[in-house]
Design a binder for this molecule. Structure first.
Ligand SMILES: Cc1cc2nc3c(=O)[nH]c(=O)nc-3n(C[C@H](O)[C@H](O)[C@H](O)COP(=O)(O)OP(=O)(O)OC[C@H]3O[C@@H](n4cnc5c(N)ncnc54)[C@H](O)[C@@H]3O)c2cc1C
Length: 438
């Protein structure tokens, strides 16, 4: 029996929370600290999931229940690497589980990526969702045309949020600073460009369907590239793709001289160069065709004039001292990294799948971990008391789950009207709430 383990989970996103939930169930004697560099828990549920998709965020109620267990602590505002080294955590705890997600944008790898007006999805999404580290990454939205690269749901989120009206966002928790930029933007056109064919796009039908309902923008696509029908041995995939193709058929045909606000869903093109001097003025694309399931350049190029580019082509792990990172993820064997060190979620698998995908994955890693520690933990480990001593010594003001609840209540109270909350976007403002409340 792996009794009495002292476990530190680094990251309070879905993967970290499902890991904690599984440990609570399988090994209730464990003491679990969930640390996060932010003062707010739940990772991309707060900072990634689109602000107009509030029902998706209800998953946090289940995470709250995990946090409320007596043997679980949230220790926010303490970053692995920035505030505490991995070696220290491994010294204090029997087990350290890396659940940091993949906090870095994947690069397009083309000339011009450093120009003003070029953003990765992480930066752009974190900006509009009020992530404190990206509060000041203000994009210039005094523009007419934006290009969004990618054919997944994040690309659709970005295009939709740029085109939603203030009325459409009243029930959202879009960060105040982003709302003021987005709603006064004269933006007329957003191109969402994917390198593969429409049947290869990773969109969910729900997200794609929302484009038909946008109040101020019409959606266009080139219907000549839509196949009549899509067949696959994977019947689930076949159904999703055919639903998406039906949705695409119902959009308008792309044509010259479109007036009014528009979203263009373009397929079979890869960006090859970002144009402009200091700031982006356009993107050169190469048209693709599909050969053996892969997008292959045809040599034919075209340009789209634009003043903003958001690249939504995925994320990767950054460098964290002491962690082996390979191909954008923490190198692991089914979640095992080294003695007493495990990884879950996007840091383990890479950035794909939904919130729910992390549940079974975290459960499997917990099974493996508890089997590895059948003999129990090391009673000499400092555990939570050792972490508290570290924070005192370093002057770190850790944020507890009770503190977070105060911040949460203050945000909800500030929301007013139909908005679920008005987010604090500076950690110091969050800490001042906690201090005021005593
Ligand atoms: C823009 C976007 C929108 C999405 N929308 C949806 C959706 O609508 N529905 C859906 O099902 N899925 C959605 N997803 C996918 C879903 O968010 C992921 O599957 C899930 O969040 C991955 O969980 P994770 O715990 O691995 O990582 P994350 O959610 O990224 O959590 C990682 C946590 O680790 C913390 N952390 C990072 N580095 C450190 C460090 N050095 N020290 C301490 N803490 C650290 C972070 O602050 C964060 O809290 C979306 C993803 C993105 C990017």
């Amino acid at each position: 029996m792996s009794a009495g383990l002292k476990i530190c989970i680094v990251g309070s996103g879905p993967a970290g929370m499902y890991t904690a939930g599984a440990i609570v169930k399988k090994n209730p004697e464990s003491q679990i600290d969930i640390i996060d560099k932010l003062a707010t828990p739940y990772g991309l549920v707060r900072a990634g999931v689109a602000p107009d998709h509030q029902t998706t965020k209800n998953v946090t109620r289940a995470y709250d229940k995990v946090m409320e267990n007596d043997n679980v602590r949230f220790v926010g505002n303490i970053g692995l690497g920035s505030d505490v080294p991995l070696d220290k955590l491994r010294e204090l705890y029997d087990v350290v589980v890396i659940a940091t997600g993949t906090p870095k944008d994947r690069s397009l790898g083309i000339p011009g990526e450093d120009k003003d007006g070029v953003f990765g999805a992480q930066t752009f999404v974190y900006w509009y969702n009020g992530h404190p580290e990206y509060r000041d990454a203000v994009p210039n939205l005094d523009i007419e045309t934006a290009v969004v690269i990618g054919n997944g749901n994040v690309a659709l989120d970005v295009a939709r949020i740029l085109m939603r009206t203030e009325d459409e966002m009243v029930t959202s928790d879009l960060a105040e600073h982003a709302a003021s930029e987005i709603f006064r933007s004269p933006l007329k056109c957003v191109h969402v460009v994917g390198r593969r064919a429409p049947e290869n796009a990773q969109f969910s039908s729900k997200e794609l369907g929302e484009f038909a309902e946008l109040v101020s923008a019409k959606t266009y696509t080139d219907k000549s590239v839509l196949p009549a029908e899509f067949t696959s041995d994977d019947k689930k995939e076949e159904k999703v793709v055919n639903t998406n193709l039906d949705l695409l058929r119902n959009f308008e045909q792309i044509r010259p001289g479109i007036e009014g606000r528009s979203i263009h869903l373009d397929f079979l093109a890869s960006p090859v160069e970002i144009l402009g001097d200091e700031a982006i003025t356009g993107v050169r694309f190469e048209r693709n065709r599909i050969v053996d399931g892969k997008a292959v350049g045809t040599g034919e190029t075209y340009e789209i004039d634009c003043q903003l580019l958001v690249s939504c082509i995925g994320y990767e792990m950054g460098i964290l001292e002491g962690l082996p990172v390979e191909k954008g993820i923490v190198k692991n064997d089914e979640g095992h990294v080294a003695d007493g060190l495990y990884v879950v979620g996007w840091a383990k698998r890479g950035p794909s799948g939904t919130i729910g995908t992390n549940r079974i994955d975290s459960q499997n890693v917990v099974e493996r971990m508890l089997a590895d520690f059948e003999g129990g933990g090391n009673p000499a480990k400092g555990g939570p008391a050792g972490l508290d001593a570290w924070c005192r010594e370093k002057g770190i003001r850790a944020v507890s789950f009770e503190d977070w609840k105060k911040i949460d209540q203050a945000e909800v109270a500030r929301g007013g009207g139909k908005s679920p909350r008005k987010k604090f976007v500076r950690t110091r403002d969050m800490l001042s709430i906690v201090q005021q409340e005593g």
